[in-house]
Design a protein around this ligand. Structure first.
Ligand SMILES: *[C@@H]1O[C@H](CO)[C@@H](O)[C@H](O)[C@H]1NC(C)=O
Ligand SMILES: *[C@@H]1O[C@H](CO)[C@@H](O)[C@H](O)[C@H]1NC(C)=O
Ligand SMILES: *[C@@H]1O[C@H](CO)[C@@H](O)[C@H](O)[C@H]1NC(C)=O
Ligand SMILES: *[C@@H]1O[C@H](CO)[C@@H](O)[C@H](O)[C@H]1NC(C)=O
Length: 221
């Protein structure tokens, strides 16, 4: 009887887990619009992709899980570089449109976990609260980015940090665009080292230079 109960309990759990599978990864275009938030990672920190610690000396970002392509460890987005351009804010009242165009090139080194309603909640069939499928979570403040990178109008809004931006993104080759490209140590020229890290210097999407999905490879939902 106990064995049967345990068996039924396991079946229930398996079905329940299948229910909550978040669906397919997002096959996002090379260029598009997204939201951008920011988060802090300690200097030298080795984030989800397993890129070398020196990557934190240059602009890096976490990408929302369903675009990142894995729920755990590394995914196909690891090491990819994107030029991100600030468009406007809209959680502020009124929305803020900066009178300067600010861009920066980031390397993806981290995973922004899927949530139900947060900025990294975008799925193939569902946008985040900003109406976007992708969110880039910028490592900021960072010694690689000027403190005044984000335009603001403190005298009008009463605060400087808008928190969330509407941005455009453009896929760019890391070697000719990312500030850390000349520092071999920061570039993380590391191919898939079995089950621990995967941080290619310049992933192109080809299987020979792009990370697989750790969670798919290990049947982790
Ligand atoms: C989106 O896809 C997931 C997984 O395939 C599914 O569970 C969910 O109901 C879908 N949501 C919408 C709004 O279609
Ligand atoms: C701040 O916003 C106010 C109201 O929109 C505007 O009049 C002012 O020029 C802005 N200042 C800056 C520095 O953008
Ligand atoms: C974000 O920018 C795009 C492109 O300008 C625009 O179409 C969209 O309405 C903006 N979204 C928000 C929430 O401001
Ligand atoms: C990786 O694949 C690309 C295209 O599929 C090819 O051009 C390139 O030579 C390959 N590189 C290596 C190191 O095999």
């Amino acid at each position: 009887m106990l064995a049967l109960t345990v068996f039924l309990f396991s079946v229930f759990h398996a079905l329940h887990a299948a229910d909550s599978v978040p669906g397919p990864w997002i096959d996002y275009p090379a260029d598009g619009t997204a939201t951008m938030t920011h988060y802090t990672i300690p200097d030298g920190y080795i984030a989800a992709c397993g890129c070398v610690g020196d990557s934190t000396k240059y602009p890096t970002a976490a990408l929302s899980q369903m675009a990142y392509g894995s729920s755990t460890a590394y995914g196909p987005a690891c090491g990819r570089c994107f030029k991100l351009t600030l468009l406007n804010t809209y959680t502020s009242d009124p929305p803020f449109f900066p009178n300067v165009v600010k861009s920066l090139v980031v390397k993806v080194t981290d995973l922004c976990p899927l949530s139900e309603a947060g900025w990294c909640s975008g799925r193939q069939n569902k946008t985040n609260p900003g109406g976007q499928y992708l969110n880039f979570d910028l490592a900021f403040p960072s010694r690689a980015i000027p403190d005044d990178f984000f335009p603001s109008n403190e005298s009008f809004y009463g605060y400087k940090d808008f928190g969330v931006w509407n941005i455009s993104y453009q896929t760019v080759p890391c070697l000719s665009n990312w500030a850390g490209a000349k520092n071999k140590a920061a570039l993380g020229s590391v191919a898939d080292l079995g089950d621990s890290v995967c941080c290619p210097a310049n992933p192109t999407g080809s299987p020979n230079d792009t990370c697989p999905s750790f969670s798919d490879d290990n049947s982790i939902p």
